[in-house]
Design a protein. Sequence first.
Lengths: 643, 232
Amino acid sequence: MTITEHYVEDTVLGPKAGGLYRRQNFFVALVTGILGGFIGWVIGQELLQGSNWGTDMTTTTTGVGWVIGFSAGIGSFNAIFRWIAGRDEDREDQLYGAGVGQGWKRYFKFCTDHKVVGTQYLVLVMVLFGVGGTLAMMIRTQLISPHMSFLSSQTYNSIVTIHGMVMIIATIIMVSGPFANFILPIMIGAKDMAFPRLNALSFWTVVAAVPPILSTFFLGGGTDSGWTTYAPLSVQSPAAQDMFCLTIITFVVSVTVAGINTITTTVTMRTKGMTMGRLPIFVWGSIVSAGLGLYAMPAFLMAQSAMLTDRVVGTSMYAPAQGGAGWLYENTFWIMGHPEVYVILLPAVGALIEVASTFSRKPVFSYKVMVGGIFGVAGLAIMVWAHHMFTTGWAPTLADPFMLTTELISIPTGIIFLCILGTIWRGSIWTKLPMYFLYLFLWNFIIGGVTGIYLSDVPADQYFHGNMFVTAHFHFTLLGGAMIGATAAVCYWFPKMTAKMLDERIGKVAFWIIAIGIQITYYGQFWEGFQGMPRRISNYAPIFANANLMSTIGAYTLMTGWLVFLYCIIHSWRHGEVAPANPWHAKSLEWMVPTPVPLENFLVDPVVTADPYGYGEPEPAVEPDREPEPAVAGSSSPEGGAS
Amino acid sequence: MTVIDSSDTPQQGDAPQGHATEGGHHETPAQRHQKEHMATWMFIGGDAVFFALEIFFWFYLRSLNTTGMWIGAKCSKLNPCTDGLGNPITHPIPKAAIGYTLGVAALIIVSAAFIWFAEIQGRDGASRKALTPLLGLGVLFSLAAIGLQFYQFQVLPFTTIDGTYASVFTFFMGSNIAHFLLVATIGTGLMNRARIGKYDNHNWYQLHLGRLFAVWVAFSCAVLAVLASFFA
């Protein structure tokens, strides 16, 4: 079906379209970033050494110089200066900024087209998972036997820290980056995000944050305080900790900007007839996640800013010897840290609902209850943070209330889970690759969720806290749950994003290896936890050997599965079968536009007359007052493709 | 489920909706105002969380007063903060001068007032000659606030290492400077755009958004100033 055509691409741009943007790209940004870092280093080394904070000051000014230089080089500041100068972009500039006529080069530029930004995010997320996964394999290799000497203890601690934070960054953006950018605007009938330049800014700001965190390995032996970087240990860590803080501060800017953009787009740019009650669940998941992020990320900013000032200019907010309090850091960190889990999870759950409905050929089970469950999770998520601190001795009288709120959150979570089950229950299941991953999510998430209830229980937490049981729990939740949800989303929207079909055969091979690998890896870690093995140790007693061997074998299996899946993506992207516009015969708007999706998504504004899950319902009559004869979208058979 | 409305079909070569958000002819100033108004409030909301945490830090460390170091020690090599056994010794530091703290707040409040007045004038269709000086004064006072904040840092009777009161106080100062810089930047943009005639009584929404942010910054700075002056 064709409801629009490419027309903007044919526009011939003048030689001055885009202005300064013409000279800016990723490679220029690398050069200006290095230059900025050097200038920062000179300032720190030569001008601020008198402040007596030495290495930490120099490291920080170098990192700040890098971020500013890179951002300037890619074009993040152009719009701000143009606005101040009173020069608004003309139409040619806007089209140039959207990547018209630039082919593959637009993926290396400050491109404002939401589909380019979504694709850039997808690639970045895969790169970050590659980095974090490699570090995970180094950890598991070290733990393969009790007295392995593959890594020194200091290096091991650094790797654990950076593995954790790289993975957290990757999982926060893994759905909200690629899909809330590429898919969400089309789903609501918009032609782009509300703020295209902020959209590009959010992406390139994450890119600017990556080198600082990777540089930590080369600064004083790395940062060694775990991904939570608890104070006061982290206040005393090597200079690498400064770059860690700077990475988080930069990342917070990106996530905040992206969250504001996502919510504004959804609220103000919905097409005619796309009422809030007709929003796809994925959109609900994305905007509630973005809203939760707006609450959580400033806490992350505060925690890390205060850490940086403690380290660089000698304030003492977290150092007890000078009057500070480690608990202050822990509170601030977890005020961010637990909502952040749901920032990660909710968009993934939203994507899974799209998959469940489409491949079951059924409407979403209890739409309003499902949306209520999403809001319920978000509301309770901000009231559970102290369950991470049951064993620290902070405010023991608050343990019971926090235990209660944590156990309460299992109710809306359970509602969401039941709604997914209700959606696929007795449906005409079309067992394609996204459904495989949906099933795997259901299995993993029930394990991650149920073990979480044990950890919310104060007496049980006294035993399990700080041991490998916790590690297994959150990996089942974040990897087995959210990341598998994101993988289902990749499989589902891959044809729309790349115009190619994902190879089902290779994908299923990857699926089974991943599914088995997850179970072996994390059952092994549950076993370690039951035996009482503490987390974050590079050598352990022989009693834990069998469980660790099992977990490491599982991890290698898992890595193999992800590599096969990566091959599947690259192979399909390059050589895959050309995708039709709506290969799944789905009903939501993103499947109503041609593939590849043209610059503005819709040549004409769509009018929505029903919710996007009307499987099994007769097609609504076309509104009679539309002239000329309207093209009808969503005309696929309700049973189409089901087998 | 979906029909295509062709009544307002763009023509070949029209500017796209999404990429015309700032200055394109598909969106009216009112539409842009709606989007940017919402985004501004969300930004202020996020900043309010940060602001609330600053206050939380203040009261948390003040009430905890670990090892008596809230109004902490003036530490130096000659006057160490611990004895030979590592026990803390406190030599209470003098508090920051209230005059400077409240003076900074007063300057940024005046800055916000000028920007607010410019918005009112803009709504009424004031000329560029009327708007530009008002916004210029707004910028000037925000720069003066930055200057006074730096000056206060130079004359503080303590340094960042002298206990938790000193720590949080100087953190407030850093936060203030960052916010004042934003006000000065936005104010400069508004002033320059007013100067070249970008605003009239149909298109003044950027003045409104600038005012919202400036007032928020003034409010939060005033609260921090009162806190630091009277609740130390």
